[in-house]
Design a protein around this ligand. Structure first.
Ligand code: ADP
Ligand code: MG
Length: 737
């Protein structure tokens, strides 16, 4: 049975009594509530003797306290301080107590708690010969005098019988520690010594265990007893063959319990162990320092690992287990020094607090079985649901390769725009669709890389076929002009792959905005077209609006200039006519005679006309000046808008089709323009003035081939310059008049 998790819960109420949430009545130790901190229970058992020191050892009426009084003559030889009276208060003093009573008092509750999942430890401590082994093992030849150990085994099997709701297994081990060596008293091999059965103490989250120690499954009381006796026999044989002094060895008999509810839905199970420890004679316990340390409240750290005994018992000493100490003492005056020392130890141990906790584990096999059941049930539910909603065609099984390939194909067609929608069938399929999106996109990224390396080549400006392909691919600039450098040597632009054609992209663009860009980054001019329809649409609209205002003002300015020129010509003509009239009059000498200037009607009309023309001229001229100011302002706005548009586009382009730097380097054939590196200001290389005329010219010119562009461009520029000069000269002449 696999164990996946162990919880040592400090709270008991949550899952007492084999995970049933109930505790066995009377299971707690006397006067204690489980789950709260409690003390180690310390008892004293006095070995019966005919020579009991009545005048030195007195028991309290409460049967818990014991007073020691030293006679002076003894004190001189035995104790080296002045104190002669001691009083010890313990959990019970067992004098002339039967094995039966000792078990009832000391062990019964610890054992029943073990069946509820609490570890328990019962230790016998005391001077050699004081009755530790008698208390723990008892007389093996006399049933009545059997000790705690066989009685504990009996109780365990009796309780198992009383608890048919649980399947409980019992295992036992018997460990001897002698001179810091570990011996397996239940080794199936003939006893030969530690070198053959090397054992180590191992700690893991589940607790401490001894690697190499044999642990025996026992299904009935009798088997358990056999093991116990075998262990006792081995103990005696070993002490002879190894020439051991048995008073120096610690013996730990451990009962391991594991309880599973017979209710299969119960996934928790309980484990526990009961350690029954027969310690070496206390007169030699110097090495078991930690046992002493447990009784010393001032010590924060208990050196468990310092000796094998405390290390092996680490998870069963104090801490979260029920712990009982039986101190075996002599009742005779001659042993009073050791008796006193043992009682001091007992009263120190009584101060040690423990917090017993259940060892709960989860039965992984059972959990899997329960989950399988749950899954089967839910599948049935789903089948019913599907039949009610006419979804019987839906399957919920894992997809095979063919189904996954079909989804991959759907995703590809969807991205290409040849598939409108991917129908949703079930969650598994949706997850696979997303997965395939990732697969397709990463494939396309790789394709882009290799495509870029292969496809971007320079196009000669005289290669009309290539240029026409460029045009087809939509390489047009901000105003819809073909992009290029009229003065340059090469177009230096990449041929955009056909998959980036705006028409093809339209579908996927609508459905998936930013994350699903076409597989290959389009060239900047192509992308610019897209940008103008997308994120740049608003700024582009403003740009166009400003430009149309500018063009309209320019047109008006040009019309005004023409009118001014016409007026100027009229003025000139009128002036000539007037001069002629004047010269006629001079010949006649009329106004010399009269001393008056006589103006005939024709001349008068001419003067009026001239005056009117000059007025018109000034008004028109003023209009022109206003228009020019407006044009200048509009030009400024248009420039700003264009700048914004290109800047935003650059950001957008980098965001959408950024090409890694290392790739740009790889694409660097001798410093020509490369995709992703086309300087924005070179996309729109024509001046605004030129573009107005140029846009009209283009329709006319393009059939002749792009070669003619620079020709017409130059022509327009020259014409404009000429017109401008003419206008300026005309205006200057008019001013001088
Ligand atoms: P320890 O293990 O502490 O060295 P033992 O348990 O071996 O001491 O006891 C020594 C002797 O005293 C044994 O022969 C044992 O039968 C006897 N003995 C000890 N305690 C009792 C008791 N309470 N009643 C009868 N005999 C006892
Ligand atoms: Mg002994």
């Amino acid at each position: 049975m696999a164990t996946v998790y162990t919880a040592r819960q400090p709270r008991v109420g949550s899952a007492g009594g084999f995970g049933c949430g109930r505790r066995v009545p009377g299971a707690s130790l006397p006067g204690e509530r489980m789950g709260t901190r409690k003390k180690v229970h310390a008892f004293v058992r006095v070995k019966p003797t005919d020579d009991f020191a009545h005048e030195m050892i007195r028991y309290g009426d409460d049967k818990r306290s014991i007073d020691i009084h030293l006679k002076k003559d003894i004190r001189r030889g035995v104790v080296n301080n002045q104190q002669i009276d001691w009083s010890f208060k313990l959990d019970g003093v067992l004098h002339d107590a039967s094995q039966d009573l000792v078990y009832e008092t000391v062990a019964k509750d610890v054992v029943s708690q073990a069946l509820n999942g609490y570890n328990g430890t019962i230790m016998c401590y005391g001077q050699t010969g004081a009755g530790k082994t008698y208390t723990m093992t008892g007389a093996t030849e006399n049933y009545k005098h059997r000790g705690i150990l066989p009685r504990a085994l009996q109780q365990v099997f009796r309780m198992i019988e009383e608890r048919p709701t649980h399947a409980i297994t019992v295992r036992v081990s018997y460990l001897e520690i002698y001179n810091e060596s570990l011996f397996d008293l239940l080794s199936t091999l003939p006893y030969v010594g530690p070198s053959v059965t090397p054992m180590t103490i191992v700690e893991n989250p589940q607790g401490v265990f001894i690697k190499g120690l044999s642990v025996h499954l026992t299904s009935q009381e009798e088997d358990a007893f056999s093991l116990l006796f075998e262990g006792e026999t081995n103990r005696i044989i070993a002490s002879h063959t190894m020439n051991k002094n048995s008073s120096r060895s610690h013996c730990i008999f451990t009962i391991y319990l594991e309880a599973h509810s017979r209710t299969l839905s119960e996934e928790k199970y309980i484990t526990s162990k009961i350690n029954l420890v027969d310690l070496a004679g206390s007169e030699r316990l110097g090495k078991s320092g930690a046992i002493i340390a447990l009784g010393d409240q001032k010590r924060d750290h208990i050196p468990f690992r310092q000796c094998k005994l405390t290390h092996a018992l680490k998870d069963s000493l104090g801490g979260n287990c029920n712990m009982v100490l039986v101190t075996n003492i002599y009742g005779e005056a001659a042993q009073l020094e050791e008796t006193l020392s043992s009682l001091r130890f007992a009263s120190r141990m009584k101060l040690v607090t423990t917090e017993p906790a259940i060892n709960e584990k989860y039965d992984a096999e059972r959990m899997v079985k329960n989950l399988e059941k749950e899954l089967a049930l839910l599948k049935q539910e789903l089948a019913i649901h599907d039949s009610l909603t006419n979804r019987t065609f839906v399957t919920y099984e894992a997809m095979d390769e063919i189904q996954i390939a079909e989804i991959n194909s759907q995703v590809r067609r969807y991205l290409e725009g040849t598939l409108d929608e991917i129908d949703i069938i079930n969650l598994r399929q949706i997850k696979e669709v997303f997965n395939q999106f990732r697969v397709v996109l990463s494939q396309q990224e790789q394709e882009v890389e290799s495509t870029l390396r292969r496809k971007y080549t320079l196009i000669d400006r005289n290669d009309f076929a290539a240029i026409s392909a460029v045009q087809k691919a939509g390489l047009v600039d901000v105003d819809g002009h073909l992009v290029g450098e009229p003065e340059g040597q090469n177009f230096g632009l990449g041929v955009a792959p056909f998959s980036t054609k705006p028409g093809k992209k339209a579908k996927s663009k609508k459905t998936f905005k930013e994350p699903l860009r076409p597989d290959t980054p389009p060239s900047k001019p192509v992308a610019f077209e897209e940008f103008k329809n997308e994120r740049g649409s608003e700024i582009n609209r403003i740009f166009k609006e400003n430009k149309s205002i500018l063009n309209e003002r320019r047109k008006r300015a040009s019309e005004t200039t023409q009118r001014i020129n016409a007026i100027k010509r009229e003025i000139d003509v009128t002036k000539e006519a007037l001069d002629f009239q004047k010269s006629l009059r001079e010949k006649q000498g009329e106004y010399e005679n009269k001393g008056l200037m006589i103006i005939d009607e024709e001349e008068f009309l001419l003067i009026l006309k001239l005056k009117d023309l000059k007025k018109q001229y000034r008004s028109e001229y003023q209009d022109l000046r206003d228009l020019r100011a407006e044009i200048q302002y509009c030009q400024h706005l248009v420039d700003q808008c264009r700048h914004r548009l290109l800047m935003e586009f650059d950001i957008w382009y980098n965001e959408s089709f950024v090409i890694p730097e290392d790739m740009q380097m790889a694409l660097k054939p001798g410093g020509s323009i490369r995709p992703g590196m086309v300087p924005v200001n070179r996309i729109v290389s024509l001046g605004e003035d030129d573009q107005d005329k140029f846009s009209q010219l283009q329709q006319r010119v393009l059939p002749e081939g792009p070669d003619s562009i620079s020709f017409y461009n130059a022509k327009v520029k020259t014409e404009q310059k000429h017109n401008y000069l003419k206008t300026m000269m005309g205006l200057q002449q008019a001013h001088r008049k």
